[in-house]
Design a protein around this ligand. Structure first.
Ligand code: SF4
Length: 230
């Protein structure tokens, strides 16, 4: 199957079955989302959702966060991964939001990437979820599922290369949704260690399935791994 057909089949399935996907992070405004996304690096959304209420009660706006030290933030996020680094990032993020952006979360990828703890993936999530821009954030799920399905070439070995290929073939109006579809599919069906192909609705357009099961290959392909995904 050619790549455009795989895309069409993948998009048609989700457009018809999950037309309004949402991030599983809980947030009420752009400030809360960017804090949650910073905390979610290498951590589950479930864990982040657990720590957010107490964190936001103590630091409800960028102004309270800007006035806090990393040591004061740490106890509220000690159960997420890399709490020391993230506490430092949040303290710096609060200060920069207040000092450089008037207490508002900026709306461009370039400005967002100036914030401590905010890489390209986080910036893409914010502009996509908050500002409805056609940005594709590539996390470990998006990277893995795109490769398994065959939506990207095997030569796309970095998150940026995957992002560019996905954007090339995804209609602009569904880019933000496609990001969520790939994440949810990777989280619940096309899981990292053992993809649940037996219950997957995309076997007829999946490159991994085609190579490993449909044509009875002599040597199964290993699942791709993503490195340095922030
Ligand atoms: S068929 Fe298997 S490998 Fe392909 S997308 Fe579905 S779960 Fe993943």
């Amino acid at each position: 199957m050619r790549k455009p057909e795989r895309f069409r089949r993948f998009l048609d399935y989700f457009i018809n079955n999950f037309p309004e996907p949402k991030t599983e992070l809980q947030y009420g405004n752009p400030y809360e989302l960017i804090v949650a996304v910073v905390l979610s690096a290498q951590c589950t959304d479930k864990r982040v959702n657990l720590v957010m209420p107490a964190l936001l009660e103590q630091f409800p706006t960028p102004y309270q966060l800007a006035a806090a030290s990393a040591e004061e933030i740490f106890p509220f996020i000690r159960s997420v991964s890399y709490p020391n680094n993230k506490a430092k990032h949040l303290a710096g993020l609060g200060r920069m939001l207040v000092n450089d952006f008037g207490g508002e979360v900026p709306s461009t990828i370039e400005e967002l990437q100036r914030l401590p703890g905010v890489g390209r993936k986080t910036a893409n999530v914010v502009v996509s979820v908050i500002y409805n821009q056609p940005a594709m954030a590539v996390d470990t799920h998006v990277f893995r599922v795109s490769h398994r399905l065959g939506l990207v070439n095997r030569t796309a070995t970095t998150p940026l290369a995957v992002e560019k290929e996905l954007l090339r073939y995804t209609p602009e109006e569904v880019v933000a949704k496609a990001h969520h579809w790939l994440i949810l599919h990777g989280r619940y069906i096309c899981v990292a260690r053992q993809p649940k192909c037996g219950i997957c609705p995309l076997t007829d357009c999946c490159r991994y399935y085609e190579v490993n099961f449909a044509t009875a290959p002599s040597r199964p392909l290993p699942p791709p791994a993503a490195n340095d995904l922030l």
